[in-house]
Design a protein around this ligand. Sequence first.
Ligand code: ADP
Ligand code: F6P
Length: 317
Amino acid sequence: MKIGILTSGGDAPGMNNAVAAVVKAGIANGIDVYGIYNGYKGMVNGDIKKLTVNDIKGIVDKGGTILRTARLPEFKELEVRQKAVEQLKAHGIEAVIVVGGDGSYMGAKKLSEMGINCIGLPGTIDNDIACTDYTIGFDTCQNTILKAVEMIKDTAASHSRCMVIECMGNKCGDLTLFCGIGTDADYILTADHQIPFDEVVAGIKAKHDADPEGYAIVMISEKYFDVDGLTARIAKETGYDTRKSVLGHIQRGGSPTSFDRILASRMGVRAVELLLEGKGGRCVGIKNNVIVDYDIYEALAMQRVTDPDTARLADIL
Ligand code: ADP
Ligand code: F6P
């Protein structure tokens, strides 16, 4: 049996661990594993190479993805996917493991319907996939954000400033919420944990009035709020010298944490097992520390909500 593996959408720490696990599980089961470089773009262009143990040496320690990644919106078109299927057939590849987010899952499902069994693994820092408690990369990203906020606090305290810190997550607030709790932010704003701007501004002003030499931290999700508007109001109405700080792409980099390494390894091995069972059009998740799998359409129809027990903490702490 020959299978392919690709990484797609935004890269995430731990993707390499998934690749390494798939290659090793493949070899253990007599399967040839092919790397499909640059996501679906490489699938269409035939950017495909057999992976050996040499290719995966040392990659478990590295962030990013050795297979590189890309976005190819045209993959939604049937003719483009037909080209991809032809390339796979030319290489004798019968099945593919796709590490990416929900967009990548759609590509995987559609390929499965065209006769190429595909399994999706949740590789994204965003933790925005409903059928899994955690995505590969989310834990590492949290640790990166924690370090960044600690450093921002040093400068905030030195200048007695309010820092409005924008986190990635693509509308999913988990990174902001978890890291806001972990860094004891004054306010945490996400789509699932909204606070009226008036309330935030009044609270920050009260803090300044009580201790003008102190500092304040607001953690806010990207792509959902008017971050500039909130920053301007805090600057104008609270007494704090105020800055917006967009953490940006540092959030996607770095060596994966132990949690992400193990998660990616477990999921990679499960994906190979599913293909050996002849299954396709499914995606792997972790629920209550058990590796599970779902039909991709079923998984994408699930509603993603922030764990309410964690969200509650943002109001208490
Ligand atoms: P993510 O996988 O992180 O959600 P994107 O939404 O950018 O990232 O999707 C990654 C890639 O998956 C897209 O560039 C495209 O190639 C493919 N894709 C996304 N949506 C679909 C779809 N509806 N049908 C087929 N392929 C898709
Ligand atoms: O999906 C991962 C992610 O990092 C999101 O958190 C963010 O909104 C987006 O990708 C950024 O994409 P790009 O790398 O294209 O700027």
